[in-house]
Ligand binder design. Sequence first.
Ligand SMILES: [Zn+2]
Length: 304
Amino acid sequence: MKIRAAGTLAIFAGFALIGSATAQDLGPQVRKLADGIYVHVGNNFQSNSGIILTQDGVVVIDTGQNPIESRKIMDAVKKLTSMPVHLVIDTEPHPDHTTGHFVFSPPAVVIGAAGAGESMRLRERQTPDRIQRLAATSPEMRAALEGYKFIPPHVEYQQKMTLNVGERTFELIYLKGVHSESDTAVWMPKERVLFSASGIVVNQINILRSFVTTPDILAASKMMKALNPEHVVPGHGTPGTIKIFEDTEKYYALLHERVGALVKEGKSLDQIKKEVRMPEYAHWGAQERFPSNVDAAYKAVTGN
Ligand SMILES: [Zn+2]
């Protein structure tokens, strides 16, 4: 009898630790990908966040579109476990992934690719009223910003970093020239889950800044596809599979082909921008970003 009682106690202790939240309790934005691996999916292309439970605490990947979302993510964590968030991994330094760090840190240590802190500091200097303006957007936002503190990464890695947390392994892979100054893919090799960052998004035209190149995006896509992930969680858009990479490859192949054809006709970049059409992708979001895609494709096709 005593042994059985002890066994029952142990089981209950286990449940208390892991948490008994069902999918419904966690709200409509949280999806379970595998045991202990969750995604808080942003509404309308807002940024996605990973919540990964380990025996030794929680790892959060990106802290949400804004502090309202960050607090929702923290609420989900608390429903899942009584353990603290030890680590925050940034897939990029932009505000829609990092403004909510203060909700988790301290105590969480924030990790990003080299240059992430510099990118965040530059934005703070360039837009010193950013938080004030964000607070003014709604009373709810103002409340969510209570206790705001600017928190750039505590740790920056170069090229690659492996983190072993509890029973899990996280491989951080720097992605060059795909979206921001410092993008990180997070690969969980045992679970075959990949957080693929924002260089490749779903059903949406991406913004390609001047330092972003289409060959870099395609190289990152190829590298990530070769990992053979079961689940792919992009920085924005619905989580899926390697089809996300295949769709991106098709899109850029067609864009290169169309821009290349106009280059061959002797058209200038300005003319190409006016003439090139991609009706196959008219249903994708953020069409206003298309000219930046033409710029990048022109550079790739002409080599300058
Ligand atoms: Zn971004």
